[in-house]
Design a protein around this ligand. Structure first.
Ligand code: ZN
Length: 685
């Protein structure tokens, strides 16, 4: 039997082979299509039992099997798996996009939503129907027939423009290079950066060091290069990419300026077709934030509170640059370099030294202890077939021994593994006729593997990453929702989905947690308190400046999709200057062309959504502050009572109720920005 068609339990990683993929996916797609056709043609009045349930059941088989294939493609990207994945990807994508356009399904979901059965359904089922109808509407399902072709045309044109925006940016980035032939100009640069630059020059058959605008080459120059002209050359090229300012090897055909205008016009037209006043309103429909006014108010409040700290950061930097670096005027190509000098003079500590205190067994034990103390559960090793010998498998059980969920832990970097860290699901919680299907998660990282017989050691950043992904994992595993469509992270508003992950990161900055999670790899000694103090101070270095920068981007994005008229006289750059007048303390040169490389909003799905980063940080910091308050009375942030409430009100309910309701149920009030400011050292000005 094809192991991808075995849904009796955990994925059969011991048996599944690339040659199983096409037969399994072909069969599952055909079963899904048959079910969709049968349900669409059914003339009986639609109900949850005769329509929603069978449709969701059938699609789950496809998503579970395809999930295994996608997972293996990510963690074991050898040619055979890549081919099996790519061969089936177009058909799977096509099926899901047809599903989203199927008007018969839309009409049936809508009929249930407005029918007599709806009020009798559980909150979770009502939420699933609400989400379905909402998504259909946003993809144009309710438009009058004569408007549909134009709507479709806009979608296709926007997809093409986004792709072109990214291509232009990449081409413009790639076209620039700068050859250094005098070694004296490299002063200050780390050795590995110089070696990489020499390697690149050699590849071109040149003597010297070749620098580019890609991050691993550009950022170290800005941060470390002593030579001011060298920094300026790279900065000017970087800040004008994909614009009408051409520089060396630039081309007018890569100018993103006209694309931005067309994208904004089309988004605005799309919004009006859907019955909204502007695109920002469309963007906010599936999000936790309600209105552009509310988001603007949030950003401005945060900006006003961060501003005095940003001004102080800047004054300190200027004073330091004048006194220690002989720079009377700080240009944009000086600030990262001067900041790095200031940071070193104040908080010098070695990342390498910290790493020796964070061996893997200590870190994992510390992480598990946090979870076990907060949620009164136990994490224990468990058995399952895995895709690589380094992968481990664990179960989470309640105190009465009942199973909550299970997870795979794949910590180390491998050549065949996609970069970064991520949580994904193997199975989601739901109720079946035979009982509850418990959730299973994949936690994937790219940490250095152990060398020799010593355990692997992690940087503090690695540990934060691990906690972050575990936070997503807990959201998936601790759900108590019994319906697939809104269990775990399913159906959670995307400006709230980072709440549990960023929340868990906070414990990495808590001495009570860190001291028990560290032990020197050779001596076993805990991390010195003084070193931890330096790490804490360095964490908040220039946090005011950084926060204002994020607020500048967020407000610019919001206004572009809200009040800005792409048909009017004002240019995109004019608007950016206005936002800077209001928000920025550090002013980039007016000739900079930042919007032309702002792919998040012009090519990345973040249009009128860039604020989500800060929004989620506020929520997670504010949620965490209830644990800090508890620690004032009982002496520890690992408070089981508050943990139980966090589980019940936030993690357990998943997407079955609005995130704001969940937050308020946990915190007892609306979110406040105070905790985030305090965590960033912005208090008492
Ligand atoms: Zn995340």
């Amino acid at each position: 039997m094809n192991p991808l068609l075995d849904f009796s339990g955990l994925p059969r990683f011991d048996a599944v082979r690339p040659e199983h993929v096409t037969p399994a996916i072909t069969e599952l797609l055909s079963r899904c299509r048959t079910t969709v056709e049968r349900l669409a043609a059914d003339t009986a009045a639609p109900s949850w039992d005769n329509f929603s349930a069978p449709l969701n059941d059938e699609i789950e088989f496809l998503s579970r099997a395809w999930g295994i294939v996608g997972h293996l493609h990510s963690v074991n990207d050898v040619p055979e798996w890549r081919e099996a994945y790519n061969q089936n990807l177009p058909e799977v994508t096509r099926f899901y996009s047809e599903l989203g356009q199927n008007l018969d399904l839309f009409r049936k979901s809508k009929a249930i939503q407005s029918g007599p059965e709806y009020p009798t359904l559980s909150q979770a089922r009502r939420a699933i129907l609400d989400h379905e109808v909402r998504d259909f509407k946003l993809s144009g399902a309710e438009l009058p027939e004569e408007q549909k072709p134009r709507f479709q045309e806009i979608q296709e044109r926007l997809a093409a423009l986004s792709a072109k925006f990214s291509e232009n940016l990449l081409d413009a980035t790639n076209a620039f290079s700068h050859l250094v032939t005098d070694e004296a100009q490299l002063a200050g640069l780390p050795e590995d950066v110089k070696e990489a630059a020499a390697e690149k020059a050699k590849k071109d058959g040149r003597e010297g060091w070749k620098f580019t605008l890609h991050a691993p080459s550009y950022l170290p120059v800005m941060q470390y290069a002593e030579d001011r002209d060298f920094r300026e050359t790279l900065y000017r090229a970087y800040a004008t990419r994909a614009s009408e300012i051409l520089g060396t090897n630039g081309r007018l055909e890569w100018d993103n300026s006209p694309l931005m205008v067309e994208i904004l016009k089309l988004k605005s037209e799309e919004a009006r077709l859907l019955g909204y006043g502007c695109y920002a309103e469309v963007s906010l429909v599936p999000k936790m934030a309600d209105t552009p006014e509310q988001v603007a108010g949030f950003l401005k409040e945060l900006g006003a509170k961060a501003r005095p700290f940003a001004e102080k950061d800047l004054a300190e930097l200027r004073a330091f640059a004048a006194a220690e670096l002989g720079l009377e005027k700080l240009e944009s190509w000086d600030t990262p370099w001067a900041s790095e000098k200031l940071r070193q003079s104040r908080y010098a500590f070695s990342e390498q030294e910290v790493k020796e205190y964070l061996p893997e067994p200590k870190v994992l034990a510390g992480l598990f202890r946090v979870i076990e103390s907060l949620f009164s559960v136990r994490i224990a090793p468990d058995m399952a077939p895995v895709w690589h010998p380094d992968v481990r498998f664990f179960k989470v059980v309640k105190q009465d021994g009942s199973l909550v969920g299970q997870f795979y832990l794949d910590l180390y970097a491998r050549e065949t593994k996609r970069g970064g860290a991520w949580m994904d699901e193997a199975m989601a919680r739901r109720t079946l006729p035979g009982g509850i299907q418990t959730p299973v998660a994949y936690l994937n990282c790219n940490f250095p593997a152990p060398v020799g017989d010593k355990p692997a050691t992690f940087s503090h950043d690695d540990v934060i990453t691990l906690f972050h992904e575990c936070g997503h994992g807990l959201h998936h595993l601790l759900t108590e929702v019994d319906e697939l469509g809104v269990s775990g992270i399913h159906g959670v508003e995307w400006d709230a989905v980072e709440l549990p992950s960023q929340f868990l990161e906070n414990f990495c900055w808590e001495w009570d947690v860190v001291k028990d999670m560290t032990g020197h790899v050779d001596t076993g000694a805990p991390l010195p308190r003084e070193l931890f103090g330096k790490m804490l101070s360095a964490k908040n270095f220039q946090s005011g400046l950084m926060m204002l920068r994020q607020i500048e981007f967020s407000l610019f994005d919001l206004l572009l999709h809200w009040q800005y008229d792409a048909n009017g006289q004002k240019t995109v750059l004019d608007l950016l200057e206005e936002v800077r007048d209001e928000v920025a303390v550090l002013r980039p040169p007016a000739w900079g062309r930042f919007p032309q490389s702002f792919s998040h909003i012009f090519a990345g799905g973040y249009s009128a959504g860039y604020f989500s980063y800060k929004w989620a940080e506020v929520l997670s910091a504010d949620a965490y502050s209830r644990f800090e308050e508890a620690s004032l009375t009982n002496g520890s942030v690992l408070d089981a009572e508050t943990g139980r409430s966090f589980w019940q009100e936030i993690l357990a309910v998943g997407g079955s109720r609005p995130a704001l309701d969940s937050f308020k149920a946990f915190r007892g009030r609306e979110p406040s920005v105070d905790a985030l400011l305090r965590h960033n050292g912005m208090v008492g000005a």
